[in-house]
Design a protein around this ligand. Structure first.
Ligand code: PBG
Ligand code: ZN
Length: 325
């Protein structure tokens, strides 16, 4: 008789045949940096996530370093009165994100510093591109994204991650980086980024909710899996070094299919709403947080993700260090 239970009899044999393991090296931890002084503001809908001003950034960066997490992704939040139609602060030499990157790279040079490249945190209307007569313009947005990417790399960013979903942005950004001499800076493209209600808590955290309409004219319809493959293909052609599927859990089918088709490293973004749901249920005592988080993150890796961007990274790193898994 076929007895599959033979290999499940105890921890030792289960560990020997385990197909997927998490490592602290899989994670990128998102950090929100607000302009101003002495800020550590809790994000209401994301327990244990804060906006920090640069003068208090070491509080979280020290934890990242101690936990042995090797990478962070930075979201800058300019002052509300500095947001404008042209997203000027996105590519200002002394913008909050540029200053944050300079601070990180001079004080924590060993931390790999990824920056999110998108305009929504910097525009007065909160959209990811230029707006004219209520329309989100594509081609007019590309030079601004390119300027933003170059300016952040100049500030010291190790990698740029465009999350705007304008057509042609990867090619435009690659060209701009190359022309500026940054031929070795990789691009991690948010390629299959779906218009998702799971971003709700993030928009509180980054103060980036659109003030009219929604993002469905540029982010993808969550009903479409094949279209995600077209997005991924076009970003690879444009010069992406890593491609991303976002959100994670409801889109593991897309991830798995894409991983089987394209020979390039994949990232997933385990987004704010996914985090908040786990945290909320855990706070009620309805689920075992540690086991749920491990199960979710393993599922992402099993589906083919090499890189997991997650707000759970600090917790998971601690749990991993407590057991040799
Ligand atoms: C900016 C951006 C968003 C996220 C990452 N980059 C929000 C959005 O597109 O509205 C979402 C991340 C999260 O929910 O954790 N374009
Ligand atoms: Zn955006």
């Amino acid at each position: 008789m076929k007895r599959l239970r033979r290999l499940r009899q105890n921890e030792i044999i289960r560990d020997l045949v385990k197909e997927t393991r998490l490592s602290v090296k899989d994670f990128i931890y998102p950090i929100f940096v607000a302009d101003g002084e002495n800020i550590k503001t809790p994000v209401e809908s994301m327990p244990n996530v804060y906006q920090y001003s640069i003068d208090r950034l070491s509080e979280i960066l020290d934890k990242v370093r101690e936990s042995k997490i090797t990478g962070v992704i930075i979201f800058g939040i300019p002052k509300a009165e500095e947001k404008d139609e042209l997203a000027t602060q996105a590519y200002a030499e002394n913008g909050v994100t540029q200053r944050a990157v300079r601070y990180i790279k001079s004080n924590y040079p060993e931390i790999y510093c990824v920056v999110d490249v998108c305009l929504c945190e910097y525009t007065s209307h909160g959209h990811c591109g230029m707006v004219k007569d209520g329309e989100i313009l594509n081609d007019e947005t590309l030079p601004l994204l390119s300027k933003m990417a170059v300016s952040l790399v100049k500030a010291g960013a190790d990698m740029v991650a465009p999350s705007d979903m304008m057509d042609g942005r990867i090619r435009a950004i690659r060209r701009a980086l190359d022309e500026a001499g940054y031929i070795n800076t990789p691009i991690m493209a948010y390629s299959a980024k779906f218009a998702s209600a799971y971003y709700g808590p993030f928009r509180d955290a980054a103060q980036s909710a659109p003030c009219f309409g929604d993002r469905r004219s540029y982010q993808m319809d969550f009903a479409n899996g094949k279209e995600a493959l077209r997005e991924i293909e076009s970003d690879i052609e444009g010069g992406a070094d890593i491609v991303m599927v976002k959100p994670a859990l409801a889109y593991l089918d897309v991830l798995k299919e894409a991983v089987s088709l394209y020979n390039i490293p994949f990232a997933v973004y385990n987004v704010s709403g996914e985090y908040s749901m786990v945290k909320a249920a855990a706070a009620q005592g309805w689920i075992d947080e540690k086991r749920i988080v491990e199960e979710n993150l393993i599922a992402m890796k099993r589906a083919g993700a090499k890189i997991i961007i997650t707000y759970h990274a600090l917790d998971m790193a601690k749990w991993l260090s407590e057991k040799i898994n």
